[in-house]
Design a protein around this ligand. Structure first.
Ligand code: ATP
Ligand code: MG
Length: 263
């Protein structure tokens, strides 16, 4: 039996009021099953972050409904099984790497020894050994983003919402992050919604791509990503199959990029 973890029905969002209304999301519906890795793909401004923020319960929706594990999402009430990795890295500049990663457990009141053991494990998995006592300002963008990611993962969220977490990184660093994320996900198989406007990234990581139209975001197409797992972020791109699926989705995505430009 497949368990539905996230159920989105006719979800809409309009910002502002009166003549200043901005329709951002228009009647979006989809289901996310247990352990599925789904990419929400679409051009800038099409409402991707807005959808994620509504699923997380960070902002209210204007229409439709969202259920996480069968219960409705209410704005202002973040569900404990949901973790969020933001579009910009949100590490605390005044905390070291270890204390950034351990932040959530500190708030939760976990005893120090237990906390430190968990932090050490996360640091090893993120390939940040030797940087435990470094401050974020002294790290590269990729390292900072790994700290951000681990700060969320240490809370062991079963549902992971990620908003273009690697958007600001160069191609090489991005690929490195993809490899790390693939390895981490293979181990835990969280249910993931990964927002991006980068098709290569969506193909590398996800099982399924939900393609959104230019603003207001509507679902344009739902593609299955057929590549076998475990995946190698670099080798995957050299396969014939990758090229074929890329071409298929690219055409559809390109139409939406053009629509955004024409606005
Ligand atoms: N708080 C807000 N008030 C008014 N309009 C907003 C607000 N937040 C977002 N919008 C508008 O809603 C639309 C969708 O924004 P959103 O941030 O969801 O896009 P996005 O797909 O995440 O874009 P990007 O890829 O650039 O991050 C945009 O036109 C944006 O200007
Ligand atoms: Mg966004």
């Amino acid at each position: 039996m497949t368990i539905v973890r996230i159920e989105v029905r006719d979800l809409s969002k309009t910002f502002g009021s009166g003549s200043g209304q901005v329709p951002a999301v228009d009647r979006v519906s989809f289901d996310l099953r247990q352990g599925e890795f789904v990419a929400l793909l679409g051009p800038s401004g099409c409402g991707k972050s807005t959808i994620l923020n509504m699923i997380a319960g960070l902002i209210p929706h204007s229409g439709g409904s969202i259920r996480v594990d069968g219960t409705p999402v209410e704005a202002g009430k973040v569900k404990p099984q949901v973790g969020y990795v933001f579009q910009r890295d949100t590490v605390f500049a005044w905390r070291t790497v270890a204390r950034n990663i351990g932040y959530g457990l500190e708030i939760k009141g976990l005893p120090k020894a237990e906390r430190e053991a968990k932090v050490a494990r996360m640091i090893a998995q993120a390939r940040l050994k030797g940087f435990e006592d470094a401050f974020p300002l002294t790290l590269s963008g990729g390292m900072r983003q790994r700290v951000s990611l681990m700060r969320t993962l240490i809370m062991e969220p079963q549902i992971l919402l990620m908003d273009e977490p690697f958007g600001a990184l160069d191609t090489h660093t991005k690929l490195e992050m993809h490899q790390i994320l693939l390895e981490l996900w293979e181990r835990e198989r969280q249910t993931v919604v990964f927002v991006t406007h980068d098709l290569s990234e969506a193909l590398t990581l996800s099982d399924r791509i939900i393609l959104l139209s230019a603003r207001p975001g509507r679902i344009k197409q739902d593609f299955t990503v057929p590549f076998a797992r475990p995946r190698d972020a670099i080798k995957l791109r050299e396969t014939k199959e990758y090229g074929e699926v890329f071409a298929k989705v690219w055409h559809s995505l390109g139409e939406e990029f053009a629509a955004t430009k024409a606005e």
